[in-house]
Design a protein around this ligand. Structure first.
Ligand code: 6PG
Length: 257
């Protein structure tokens, strides 16, 4: 495995290259285990934000099986970085997929799982409701998640922050941006109505881990991690703490050990 530090829009990022999705997924589980161990040495709970999409599915499967008993699930709190504004039993629901592939198989209390309230209407009220949930969780502390897991779209989007919606504008006046927004994804994306964490919230994280397997991500990886003139949404993630990119050879576009 190759690793180096890259500078993305002035911020250091630890980049790790893996031969394939399987190696990347195993490494992501080890990253999570290390983060949990380091965090719980000095605080009671570990706040972990899940991503949707297909990139995390092998990681979720490993967490539900081989690594299930190595995670102190009773001290973990689960959140989502975004969700489609659909019912949890809709096949496109991020929370639905996470329950089916991970949560239903691990001993975590429902009280410690915070799905986005996609049943609340309208979507703007659901966004406000989730933000209130987070405010209740963090209390008077900054909303600094211990780990936010992110995938990357072929267009460089993360969560539901799509290039056409110019999410980088959020960083011009972060205090004015809500933690959670209800947005319409571009017409090329389905389903369009989404709930998403915003950059000001994501960038408060103690750690962000991008997991980026697959050749479809080559152009986005080239723009964000290789070019030096990163412009896609993924380039605007710079957490207070550690930023790490796990990329496989297909997404990197070159052979990597
Ligand atoms: C979603 C995800 C989204 C995802 C990327 C990558 O709701 O779809 O949160 O941001 O991480 O689109 O998706 P894949 O992992 O399927 O390539």
């Amino acid at each position: 495995m190759t690793q180096f530090t890259s500078t993305i829009r002035g911020h250091n990022a630890h980049v790790h290259l893996f031969p394939d999705r399987e190696a990347l997924s195993h490494a992501a589980v080890e990253y999570l285990l290390d983060a949990i161990e380091a965090t719980l040495a000095s605080q009671e709970r570990f706040s972990f934000v899940l991503t949707g999409g297909s990139s995390p599915l092998r990681m979720y499967e490993l967490l539900a099986t081989d690594f299930r008993d190595r995670i102190p699930w009773d001290r973990v709190d689960l959140f989502w970085g975004d969700d489609r504004y659909v019912a949890p039993d809709d096949p496109s629901s991020n929370q639905g997929v996470a329950f089916e592939t991970l949560i239903d198989y691990v001993p975590i209390s429902d009280a410690n799982v915070y799905p986005m309230p996609t049943g609340t209407k309208p979507a703007e009220a659901a966004a406000k409701q989730y933000a209130e949930t987070l405010k209740g969780y963090f209390g008077d502390q900054p909303p600094s998640f211990d780990l936010i897991l992110l995938g990357l779209g072929p267009d460089g989007h993360l969560a539901s922050l799509f290039p056409e919606n110019h999410p980088e504008r959020q960083l011009k006046n972060p205090e004015a941006v809500p933690w959670i927004e209800a947005i319409m994804a571009p017409e090329r994306v389905s389903p369009r109505p989404r709930l998403t964490m915003t950059f000001p919230l994501i960038n408060q994280a103690k750690r962000v881990l991008f997991i980026v397997p697959g050749a479809a991500k080559q152009d986005a990886v080239a723009n964000i991690v290789k070019s030096g003139e990163a412009s896609l949404p993924g380039a605007f993630v710079h957490p207070r703490g550690d930023l790490t990119w796990y990329i496989d050879a297909d997404a990197w576009g070159e052979e990597s050990e």
